[in-house]
Design a binder for this molecule. Structure first.
Ligand SMILES: Cc1cc2nc3c(=O)[nH]c(=O)nc-3n(C[C@H](O)[C@H](O)[C@H](O)COP(=O)(O)O)c2cc1C
Length: 280
C-alpha cells in the first residue's frame, strides 16, 4: 500500500507553482481539480475548494545538516522563514521552519541519527554509486542481516540460489585484498568490511550469472541502509580463493568494500538515452 495526503486550497495555481518551483516537487498526477505532487517518498495532493486546510506540519527531510543548510541558502530569500536552522535535541534533528503561501507550516530537517530505509525505487536506482570512501563505523549484525534478507530475492537460474556471501573483517586480510589490483582494488581498504560474493558451481549451470546478479542485488539492498559498495572486478583468482578458504571451483563475482557512506557522490556522466537504444 502507498499513500497521499490531500489538502484543500483556495488557489491551486499558486500552491502548485510554490511546491513545484520553490520546493522542487514534481507533478505526479494532474486530475484537474486536484494535483498530486511528489518528492522522495512524500506524495501531497492539493484540491481546489472554498476553504484551506492548513493544520499540521509538512516535513521534508534531507540526508544531513549540510543538505538542510544548502536548501536554506537556496530558498530563504524566496519564502517566509519562521524559524532559522537549529538543532532540536528532543528529537535529535536539525531543522528550520517556513510557511507556504496559504499559511501551512513547512519543516525542513535532517535526522541526526541512522534511519530505517526510506528511498523510493527510483531514488535507489539513481543514488546507487560506486563508493570508494567510507565511515569507520562498524556495521552491526542486525543491519547486515537486513541486507542479506533483501538480497535473498535476487533471481537465479532455475531458482538454484547458488550464490553466497563471505564477510571479511580481518584488517590484515582486507589490506591484502586491497593490494591485489593496485588502484582498482584499493577501495577495499577504505571500508571496515569487505564482502566476497560467490557461487557454487555444483548448484547451478549458470552459477556465474547467479553470483553476478546477486552481487548487484546486494549492492542495491546495502544502499537502502546507507551502506556503500563498489564492484571490484577480476577477483575470481585462485590466490584469493586460497586466502579466503573458498573452493577453487567456486566463482567470485566481486569483492566489494562495505561501509557507511561518507559523502554522497554525483553520478559520472552518462551517454544520452538514445545512445543506449538500437532499433527502437
Ligand atoms: C564489471 C565492473 C567492473 C568494475 N571494476 C571496478 C574496479 O575494479 N575498481 C573500481 O574501483 N571500480 C570498478 N567498477 C565501478 C565502475 O568504475 C563504476 O560502476 C562506473 O565508473 C560508474 O560509476 P557508478 O557505479 O558510480 O555509477 C566496476 C564496475 C563494473 C560494473
Amino acid at each position: 500500500m502507498s499513500g497521499i495526503v490531500f489538502m484543500k486550497t483556495k488557489n491551486l495555481e499558486k500552491v502548485s507553482n510554490f511546491y513545484q518551483h520553490k520546493i522542487g516537487m514534481k507533478l505526479w498526477q494532474d486530475q484537474g481539480k486536484c494535483k498530486i505532487f511528489e518528492k522522495g517518498n512524500l506524495q501531497l495532493g492539493f484540491c481546489h475548494a472554498n476553504t484551506i486546510d492548513n493544520e499540521g506540519i509538512i516535513t521534508f527531510y534531507f540526508k544531513d545538516k549540510k543538505e538542510v543548510d544548502k536548501f536554506y541558502e537556496k530558498i530563504s530569500n524566496d519564502i517566509e522563514i519562521t524559524k532559522e536552522p537549529q538543532e532540536n535535541e528532543d528529537f535529535d534533528i536539525y531543522q528550520f521552519f517556513a510557511k507556504d503561501p496559504e499559511g501551512r507550516t513547512l519543516e525542513f530537517q535532517s535526522f541526526l541519527h541512522k534511519l530505517n530505509p526510506h528511498l523510493t525505487g527510483k531514488e535507489l536506482l539513481l543514488k546507487r554509486r560506486s563508493y570508494r570512501d567510507f565511515e569507520d563505523e562498524e556495521i552491526s549484525k542486525e543491519i547486515l542481516n537486513k541486507v542479506i534478507e533483501l538480497s535473498r530475492f535476487a533471481p537465479t537460474s532455475m531458482n538454484s540460489q547458488s550464490y553466497y556471501f563471505k564477510f571479511i573483517t580481518e584488517k590484515e586480510l582486507i589490506c591484502d585484498l586491497a593490494s591485489i589490483r593496485k588502484t582498482a582494488s584499493e577501495p577495499i581498504k577504505k571500508a571496515p568490511m569487505a564482502v566476497a560474493i560467490c557461487s557454487d558451481n555444483e548448484q547451478s549451470n549458470r552459477y556465474k550469472q547467479d553470483a553476478d546478479i546477486a552481487a548487484y542485488h546486494f549492492m542495491l539492498a546495502a544502499r537502502l541502509y546507507d551502506l556503500g559498495t563498489c564492484w571490484i572486478a577480476d577477483m575470481n583468482r585462485e590466490s584469493i580463493k586460497r586466502k579466503l578458504d573458498i573452493p577453487l571451483e567456486h566463482y567470485i563475482a566481486t569483492i566489494t568494500p562495505l561501509g557507511f557512506i561518507k559523502n554522497e557522490i554525483e553520478a559520472p556522466e552518462r551517454k544520452q538515452r538514445d545512445k543506449y537504444i538500437k532499433d527502437f
